[in-house]
Write a protein that binds this ligand. Sequence first.
Ligand code: GLN
Length: 484
Amino acid sequence: MHSKTITELSMALGRGEFSSEELTRYYLDRISRFNAALNTFITVTPDIALGAARKADERIRLGKAGPLTGIPIAQKDIFCSNGVKTTCGSKMLDNFVSPYDASVIERFSQAGAVMVGKTNMDEFAMGSSNETSYYGPVRNPWDSDRVPGGSSGGSAAAVAGRLVPGATGTDTGGSIRQPASFCGVTGLKPTYGLVSRYGMIAFASSLDQAGPFARTAEDCALLLSTMAGFDARDSTSIDLQIPDYRAGLGKPLAGLRIGLPTEYFGEGFDPGVIEAIEQALTVYEALGCELKEIHLPNLPLSVPVYYVVAPAECSSNLARYDGVRFGHRCEDPCDLEDMYKRSRGEGFGAEVKRRVMIGTYTLSAGYYDAYYLKAQKIRRLISDDFRRAFQDVDVIMGPTSPTTAFRLGDKMDDPITMYLSDINTIAVNLAGLPGLSIPAGLVQGLPVGLQIIGNYFTEQSLLNLADHFQRETDWHARVPQGFE
Ligand code: GLN
């Protein structure tokens, strides 16, 4: 069963080849077989899953099923889920059982999808390797000595290892696309505002956006149609008619102009990755697309700008974890200040503390103009680069990451090198644009991701481009050894 895509599973459920309960039990078994080695799940929820599966079977019997009814899905542990432990990868929330559902969780459950568990992630989504998780690192199914990418590494590795057919993630600076690239799966970061952030634990609110992981673009289209849509409980949610993204696939690509930023093909990039990407681009040429060199001159500033904006917003968002209302509280505080200090000191890991300190500093009186305000101005210049580029081209392509998956421990002592691994993804968040990553090759046995970036609300066209590529190639169908 695990060789089938969501689309295929959905048809098989409809034909009665097996029930959702059988399918769910099958995946729960696979999770218990492989999770110890991969550490992809923080919490597995078999009772909730089987309950939802039985309801789904009833819905299928009554002819009221949608395409996701009865399909097992993993949720990143950043989404609050009613009655279920929701940790955000942090000791701070190790004792937190959410009293309500995030909008994303609610939408999947209304669609009849079956949540099998909550996936491991970098603490508060801060990281590019999953190594900052309080629950230990996730391992990459392609090579267990390597990282799956981050921060949604648990979701990406679970889909790559076929422990679930689909999963959710969030992307603040690359956390869907980069792990999708490292694990050889398809991952989409939608336009800012397309998916509600209600109940999604906040890291950097002006950048955070949720999106799907699956093996194929067709499956991501199904997941996105369920996740996206207006929600009055998120003030940045966009009121837009959400199309049936799967129904919109198949449109011919002839005449489409693809921009290749010179900044994405320069120094510091693994030559094997560049070669794989150039090979992938020939597929689009053969489909009638036109390739054009473009420039995004302010792109090199995106990492420094991000590391002012994101820590500033995180220092403000994470102020709520004070040991008073929920989350970790230290033992026997002697007074209020002692409780704040020790609860936060014990509850947060090193990377979170580093960012809270940077953010508090850059927002403080006297430094605000020099750092935060300056960063916001450069952020605008970066958005303008994209705006100009989209006057000449329809989409932008390049490698999702400068390298393939690196080794566990390789970058943990050097935060700057770790931060630079997101050089190709971060600008997209600063501009609020949609981007997706699809498997586009293997270099020394490790997956390479092709990133496709579009103008605002062009998810349909990104998915269509990805789907065409997947009809011509089989990179998305490759399975890591031991997980066939
Ligand atoms: N790796 C980036 C960071 O550490 C992006 C994380 C994300 O997208 N959540 O902040």
